[in-house]
Design a protein around this ligand. Sequence first.
Ligand code: MV4
Length: 504
Amino acid sequence: MFKKILIGNRGEIAVRVIRACHEMGIAAAVVYSDVDRASLHVRKADEAYPIGPASATESYLNISKILDVAKRSGADAIHPGYGFLSENAKFARACDGADVKFIGPSAAAMEAMGSKTRARQAMEKAGVPFVPGTSRGVESFEEAEKIAGKIGYPVMLKAAAGGGGKGMRLVQAAEQLKSSLEAARSEAERSFGDGEVYIEKAIVNPRHIEMQVLADEHGNTVYLGERECSLQRRHQKVLEEAPSPIVDSDLRRRMGEVAVRVAKAANYTNAGTVEFLVDQEKNFYFLEMNTRLQVEHPVTELITGLDLVHLQIRIAAGEELPFRQEDVSFRGHAIECRIYAEDPDNNYFPSPGKISLLQEPSGPGIRIDSGMYEGWSVPIDYDPLLAKLIGYGADRDQAVARLTRALSEYFVGGIKTNISLFRRILRDADFRGARLDTGFLDRMLSQPEENLIDSRTAEVAAVAAGVFAVLVFGVGNSTGGGLSSTAAVQDSKWKSVSRREALR
Ligand code: MV4
């Protein structure tokens, strides 16, 4: 087993991996940029190494700086987390060259999945169902016109080097094809330096369901069930759950076996996720494979009882999977809310700043994976994900009830967060009825928010908040003494009186 692991990441996922290391008796080293000096992952690690400016290209994306720290720290493996270098084949190959184990798939498996057209060609050979369309880039408008006519509108134009919706265009009718093709091509060229674009039939209002797989380096590959990820906004996931409310055990087995076939076709090792689009008739189609540990892995952990990060580390150390497919069982229901530093009243714009007050929920069925603490300042430089609140229950209703309760306890002061969004989602009738697809959130957000309290109660609440701010923080008191010290005196008097009462 490894003695020391370097974590090439930050925030909640770095903390998540540190915890796994400590549970396994492995030392955890981390890297940090100038603005992350006081971040939680630095405080929880056994060793921390500065790697330069806030800009990710000069720090968390800088391969030579991270490998230099690996060497200096004496780490025998690197966990990349998600984002940053986690799906960078060059980095995986550089780790091999530096004799440090990359905790993830091989560079070759990453490359096989990196190009969407190459992945489609491989899956075609492996007999995996995928959306009808081309498996190579279109050469000309005329060719595109012929193909689109054959598969039928609406069609989707996608960048071969893409993923996450960049360089993607929905084409409703033949008249739009020319301009859409030009737009997709130039966006792909700009974003990826590769203008290759291919065509798929568009699935209308699909569900986005993904299957977790795990493969050791001895040829054993298993699936660990699906996650329902349809609740997203602008290709950013907001809430995920496991199991998917529309997947029964038969569909799960069929999707799982396809996912295992995908992984085997790519010689895949370690943890990975196979993404599917599912149409209204529950037909499922291979979309792409994510070659990393995903943000939403905890919902799978809660319903399988497995620790995916432990297993990633054991697989990377050369161990065999300690169980077989028939040993994997699913129990209960888990839902994850991604808590972002975003302002719901300003179009969910990032809202960095100092966290002045933090009250986190806990209690039955609640897990929080967080990268924040009270007094910490959220930097503007990175993804605004602060924490993940995960609710678990015997069934979906209990998971929803526990999450709703936990959200009412959750308070993050000093910055704006999207916590209120989850209160709204969890009481939405369509969400409760599990009527979900990738259009759900846009539909919900286009409706006026229902008024939960009358204007008089709102007024009382505003006055109470004002009084609270003055008493607790001395807000509006420029001398810094005065009111708040009066309040403190009265507070202590109140305490001594009540103590006296209690002793009587
Ligand atoms: C699609 C699609 C409909 N039909 N492909 C968006 C991100 C990229 N990875 C794939 N995406 C889609 N591909 C076909 N043929 C609809 C989407 C899509 C989507 C997919 C998953 C999650 C959210 C989405 C939101 C809008 C569109």
